[in-house]
Ligand binder design. Structure first.
Ligand SMILES: Cc1cc2nc3c(=O)[nH]c(=O)nc-3n(C[C@H](O)[C@H](O)[C@H](O)COP(=O)(O)OP(=O)(O)OC[C@H]3O[C@@H](n4cnc5c(N)ncnc54)[C@H](O)[C@@H]3O)c2cc1C
Length: 375
C-alpha cells in the first residue's frame, strides 16, 4: 500500500465506518490537522447502516438528564456551524411536540429541567395546539422549540463532498482491526490511532455490550396537508413509543416506534414491515392527524438500532487504545457533530469538550438486564 502524506499535525488516524459518526469524526480530525483514512464499503448516506433515510428528529428535551440536554444544545450550535460550511441549512426547525400523559413524567420533567437550566420551555393545552397547528390533535404537550428535522441523505452527501475537498483518503471494507492498524483487501496498514464507528457491526471487533434490534418504519403520503406540512412539528408519545417525522421535501410523514424491537441485524434480516405494525402506525397518525386516517402508504422500511441496556451511548477506549463510538440506541443522529468532535479529541488525546465518563463500556448499567425503555 502507498504510504500516505501525514497531515499538518504529523498524525495519521483511521476511522472505520462512514455513517454520521464516522463522517463527523473524520471531519474533526481533518480540521485538527490530522491525516485521515476512512474505511467503508458504501458511499456515505447509502448502504445498510443507520445513517440513511430522509428524516431524523432533533430535540433537546431529555427529561431530567441535564448532561444530554446540554449536549443537545451544544450539538445544535455545531449543526448551525456545519450548515454554514456545507452551504445549506441542515436542521429544519419544525419544533418537537412531546405528548404528555399523567403516567409518564418524561415530557413534564423535560419542561421542568429546561426551565431550571434557564432554557426556554413551553407546555401547551389542546386549544393552543389546535390554534398553532390546524388539524393537529393532541392533549397537553410539552413543546421543544429547538427541535426539528435532520435529513441524513442531504447531510451525508454534503459531508462526503466536504471531506473529499478537505483531503480525506478513502478505503473500502475493513477486514480486521487492531488498536493501531487496520487490514483491508490491500493488506495491513499502521496508524497513530484507530476509531471504530461501525454501528451494528461493532461487535465484529469489540465486545461492546449492546443489542441490535429491528425497527419498523412506515411513510404515509401527507400531501393532503398542503402547506401545513411545512410547519408541522415532529411529535411523539413516549408511552406508546410512537413518533412521527414530517419529511417536507418528499411530502411524507414517517411513523415509527422508538421502543426497541426484536433482535436482528442489517446483514440478512428481512426489511419487511408486519401488517400489525402498519395498522398501529396508521392508528397513531390518525389519532393526531385525523384527515390522514386513510392516507396512502408511500414506503416502508426496517432499520436497526444498536442499543445499550440503559439507552446511553458508548464513547470509550479499549484497554489497548482502540477508540470506540457505538450503542447510539436510536437517538444518536442529532449528536453527530458533537460525538464526532469528541471521538476525534479522544483519538488525538486532547482535552474533551464533554466529560464522557458516563459513556464507558464498562459502566454498571451495561452489565444488567436491558430496560427496553425509550429515552
Ligand atoms: C429507524 C431509525 C430511526 C432513528 N431515528 C433517530 C432520530 O429520530 N433521531 C436521532 O437522533 N437518531 C435516530 N436514530 C439513530 C441514528 O440514526 C443512529 O444513532 C446513527 O445513525 C448511528 O450512526 P453510526 O455512524 O454510529 O452508524 P451507521 O450509520 O450504521 O454507520 C456504520 C457504518 O459502518 C460501516 N461498516 C460496517 N462494517 C464495516 C467494515 N467492515 N468496514 C468498514 N465500514 C464498515 C457501514 O457500512 C456503515 O456505513 C435512528 C436510527 C434508526 C435505525
Amino acid at each position: 500500500m502507498k504510504p500516505s502524506q501525514p497531515g499538518k499535525l504529523g498524525v495519521h488516524v483511521a476511522v472505520v465506518g462512514g455513517g454520521v459518526m464516522g463522517a463527523f469524526t473524520a471531519a474533526n480530525l481533518l480540521m485538527s490537522g490530522a491525516h485521515v483514512t476512512l474505511y467503508d464499503p458504501h458511499a456515505m448516506g447509502t448502504g445498510p447502516g443507520a445513517s440513511v433515510d430522509t428524516g431524523r428528529s432533533f430535540r433537546v428535551h431529555y427529561g431530567q438528564d441535564q448532561q444530554l440536554i446540554s449536549m443537545a444544545v451544544h450539538s445544535r450550535r455545531l449543526w448551525s456551524e456545519w450548515s454554514v460550511r456545507l452551504g445549506r441549512p441542515l436542521l429544519h426547525p419544525t419544533g418537537k411536540l412531546l405528548v404528555e400523559h399523567s403516567a409518564d413524567r418524561h415530557a413534564f420533567e423535560s419542561w421542568q429541567t429546561m426551565r431550571k437550566m434557564g432554557l426556554h420551555a413551553e407546555r401547551l393545552g389542546k386549544g393552543r395546539i389546535a390554534e398553532e397547528w390546524p388539524g393537529f390533535v393532541a392533549p397537553n404537550a410539552t413543546v421543544d422549540r429547538m427541535g426539528g428535522v435532520l435529513d441524513p441523505e442531504v447531510i451525508l452527501k454534503g459531508m462526503s463532498s466536504w471531506l473529499g475537498q478537505a483531503g480525506l483518503e478513502r478505503r473500502k471494507e475493513a477486514l480486521d482491526i487492531k488498536a493501531k492498524s487496520v487490514r483491508c483487501s490491500l493488506g495491513w496498514k499502521d496508524f497513530d490511532s484507530v476509531v471504530v464507528t461501525t454501528g451494528a457491526w461493532t461487535q465484529r471487533w469489540v465486545q461492546v455490550p449492546m443489542e441490535v434490534t429491528r425497527q419498523q418504519l412506515v411513510y404515509f403520503d401527507a400531501t393532503a396537508l398542503g402547506d401545513r406540512l411545512m410547519n408541522l412539528p415532529v411529535f411523539s408519545d413516549l408511552q406508546s413509543g410512537f413518533y412521527a417525522i414530517p419529511t417536507v421535501k418528499d411530502g411524507r410523514i414517517k411513523v415509527a416506534n422508538h421502543h426497541p424491537g426484536p433482535a436482528g441485524h442489517p446483514d440478512g434480516d428481512s426489511r419487511k414491515v408486519t401488517p400489525e405494525f402498519r395498522t398501529a402506525a396508521r392508528a397513531f397518525l390518525a389519532q393526531h392527524l385525523p384527515e390522514l386516517a386513510n392516507a396512502e402508504e408511500a414506503w416502508e422500511y426496517v432499520c436497526f438500532y444498536s442499543g445499550t441496556a440503559d439507552r446511553d451511548f458508548i464513547l470509550d477506549r479499549t484497554a489497548d487504545g482502540l477508540v470506540v463510538g457505538a450503542g447510539f440506541s436510536g437517538h444518536g443522529f442529532k449528536f453527530g457533530p458533537l460525538i464526532g468532535r469528541l471521538l476525534a479529541q479522544m483519538a488525538l488525546k486532547q482535552t474533551l469538550d464533554v466529560d464522557v465518563a458516563r459513556f464507558s463500556m464498562h459502566r454498571n448499567a451495561l452489565q444488567e438486564e436491558s430496560t427496553r425503555l425509550a429515552v
